[in-house]
Design a protein around this ligand. Structure first.
Ligand code: UD1
Ligand code: CA
Length: 452
């Protein structure tokens, strides 16, 4: 069986009040359409066609998943949109049609629809809703589905129906092409409704089989920023619960945001207001303090990230302490037992086992050996205005406070750099090197006095 997907994403999303097409608005850091595509890809379809219209260029340049694009230059309705996406679809293919603004439908729900579909049967996602306002209503006779009526076309009696059309359909390519050629736009909105295919199909002797989602939120669409924010919180709540079920203490599941993937060990503790982006991996017994942004980073077992840290593409070794207020920029890699303290920025730097950069320093393009101590206010001067240069600091070296290490430069093992030095040449091992002027104490000097 060949499965193909058609995803509708040509609408403007007027109620978003945005210059950006609705399907590019982000949920958990990923465009709404990206969610649909990632779930669709789990079905291993032969192709995914995305029908675009409003902001087509923007959609094409933002979406990274491998899809075929179809242009619907005028938005004449969902039925018309699917017709624009039929290119390359064979009669025998099973076609799954989804909407780009309904991001959280499970792959298992899509699969159940595909399983329900055969030559005689259309699979249609429906569910009972306490408040069905806005959705198409499912019409049944003697228990069997005989059609779908849109809210705006429904009679008062039909408006009382609580079984709604979630919008996802599985149908054979041949039936789809045939039925779509026969729908019209004689309705309240003057649109070609995809939903009109069902009545025609039943008249042709086909069957429409209802499939239900496991959870109601799977069919929640996004039409406004308020709905988007609600769905975001709901989704984050589920992600937080998943973490907790995997052995993570989440201080407040309402104050965590996962905008990517987060793999965790056991007995991890995450305090409030932490945001995780990209792919992050956190080992056992890691503690993360308040207000941290962890992006594309790995934190090994037993480490503590104190409050207000920003980690971006960093790797923190085991039993390390970082922060509060530390910024680990891309390419920061540390071994175990290190300490990076407050107001320290690191970039493209390897920090050896047990080394400490405790306060107010910038360390970039550097390699630190073991048990190095970098004093407060140390700057690696890695940039000459054109090129970046390396600073190498050997094991057990001690850099006195407020030193400038002008790269390229090597501080050898066991060296001590006196506080306030500007180091422009390599420092030999096991010496005290300093460049500051000697202190002078001037006798018989008196402070100026104000004349009254
Ligand atoms: C649609 C269904 C309705 C269902 C609801 C579920 C139809 C006629 N109605 O209504 O029965 O209950 O979804 O959420 O299908 N689109 C295009 N081109 C168009 C029109 C729409 O690509 O010409 C896309 C939109 O971008 C959107 C999707 O199709 O992603 C659904 O369109 P929308 O206008 O939101 O349909 P609803 O009124 O929500
Ligand atoms: Ca909609």
């Amino acid at each position: 069986m060949t499965t193909r997907l058609i995803v509708l994403a040509a609408g403007k999303g007027t109620r978003m009040k945005s210059a950006m097409p609705k399907v590019l608005h982000r949920l958990a850091g990923k465009p709404l359409l990206g969610h649909v595509l990632d779930t669709g890809l789990q079905l291993n379809p032969a192709s995914i066609t995305v029908v675009i219209g409003h902001g087509a260029d923007q959609v094409q340049s933002t979406i990274e998943q491998p899809v075929k694009w179809a242009l619907q230059s005028e938005q004449l309705g969902t039925g018309h949109a699917v017709r624009e996406g039929l290119d390359g679809i064979e009669d025998s293919d099973t076609v799954l049609i989804t909407y780009g603004d309904v991001p959280l439908t499970r792959a298992s729900t899509y699969q159940a629809l595909l399983d329900a579909c055969d030559e005689q049967t259309i699979g249609l996602l429906t569910l009972m809703m306490d408040d069905p306002t806005g959705y198409g209503r499912i019409l049944r006779e003697g228990g069997a589905i005989v059609g779908v009526v849109e809210q705006k076309d429904a009679t008062p009696d039909q408006l009382g129906i609580t079984e709604v059309n979630a919008g996802v359909v599985a149908i054979k390519g041949g039936s789809l092409r045939d039925l779509l050629s026969r729908i019209d736009n004689n309705n309240a909105q003057g649109e070609f409704y995809l939903t009109d295919i069902h009545e025609l199909a039943v008249k042709d002797g086909l069957r429409v089989q209802a499939v239900h989602p496991q959870d109601e939120w799977e069919v929640d669409g996004v039409n406004s920023r308020v709905q988007l924010a609600r769905l975001e919180r709901l989704h984050q709540q589920h992600l937080a619960e998943e973490l907790m079920n995997n052995g993570v203490t989440v201080a407040d599941p309402a104050r965590i945001d996962i905008r990517g993937t987060l793999k965790t060990g056991t007995d991890v503790t995450i305090d409030v207001n932490c945001v995780f982006e990209g792919d992050c991996v956190i080992g056992n017994n890691v503690k993360i303090g308040q207000n941290c942004l962890i992006s594309g980073s790995v934190i090994a077992d037993g480490s503590t990230i104190l409050a207000n840290c920003v980690l971006e593409n960093a790797e923190v070794g085991s039993d390390a302490t970082v922060g509060p207020f530390a910024r680990l920029r891309p390419g920061t890699r540390t071994e175990s037992g290190i300490r990076i303290g407050n107001f320290v920025e690191t970039k493209n730097t390897h920090v050896g086992e047990g080394s400490k950069i405790n306060h107010l320093s910038y360390v970039g393009d550097s390699t630190l050996g073991r048990n190095v101590n970098v004093g407060a206010g140390t700057i690696t001067c890695n940039y000459d205005g054109v090129n970046k240069h390396q600073t190498i600091i050997g094991d057990n070296a001690f850099i006195g406070s407020n030193s400038a290490l002008v790269a390229p430069v090597t501080i050898s093992e066991g060296a001590t750099v006196g506080a306030g030095s500007t180091i422009t040449r390599n420092v030999p091992a096991d010496r005290l090197s300093l460049t500051r002027a000697r202190q002078t104490d001037i006798e018989n000097w008196s402070r100026p006095i104000k004349n009254k």
